[in-house]
Design a protein around this ligand. Sequence first.
Ligand SMILES: [Zn+2]
Length: 371
Amino acid sequence: MRTSLQLVRIMGIPVKLHVTFLMVLPLFAWLFAQQPRPFGFVEIKDAFLRYSVATVATILLFTSVLLHELSHSAVAMRYGTKINSIVLFIFGGIAMMEEIPKEPKQEARIAFAGPAASFAIGGVCLALYYLTDISIYLPLELLVLNVGYLNVALAAFNLIPAFPMDGGRILRATLARKYSFLAATKKAAFIGKAFAIAMALVGILNPWLILIAFIIYVGASEEETATLIHAALEGLKVKHVMSGEVLEAVPPELSLTELVDLMFWGRRLGYLVADESGVCGFVSFADVSRVPVDRRPLLKVRDVMTPLPRISEDEDAINALREMLRHHTNRLAVFGEDGFKGIIKKADILKFVELASAAASSRSKGGSNGV
Ligand SMILES: [Zn+2]
């Protein structure tokens, strides 16, 4: 399902709106308009004018979030990171970066660029409001005031020291000067989770605080897992992680009844599918069992098989995981210079990550005891 809509390209980066952002826009405008005195300073009595100002304020809020993300992206691009897209969703924006630098100074600068931009925009607006005579035109005054405070709030919120907030990355980068990247991530994730629990306890009666606390908790855990996977697969190629399992192949023209017979007599639940041009898919008992028994003689292997995307045996193992995610599949066909080599499964990679992580934590526990 497509959940976001592409708007424009800025600095070569596609800017997308997530469906939750589209839902929240009218809600924000309505909430704004419901308050005749948004910050208790001024009042708009005319309802039409109030709704117009609210709509413009909402669009400016969206622009502020976009500028925040563009600021992260500009610094990241300077360090050679590719930005795939910027997505705006209900809780703000996210810049989808290909590979965030692990060099602590660079990560900290990329993370700080967003809140810095928000502080700058907020500062300029508030200076305009408090230092100049902008109050001659009420709607403009209201807009400047709203956008000013919203940007300061955006910067402050993002500096919360927990993943997935920018503050969490700054914290990790600070810790990474003293500890390894993996250890720094674990410590930062722990602080983030503790922060989330404290936030949920403080805001026990406020559903918004509990929701934000929940998002922080999940974000901290996800970042920890992603870093663990990255660290475990560092330097490994597909050929090091793929399973050595030898699979038999069946033709795509085989009927499902024949396939079930083959599975029964061959005691195998999965077969590669290969035609004249080579391996093209994978078929498992799970694929067949979805077809009602009376329909099986009518269907062939090619009707139910899962296509196998290809990957080179010399590709980084982490890219195999990315390819699986991209194609929504758990298996890839591995090819070397002299043709088909075998398959790589998500389970193979995750088992490997689990082992590497267990080995790393037993090593670091040994270290802390001075053994
Ligand atoms: Zn940010």
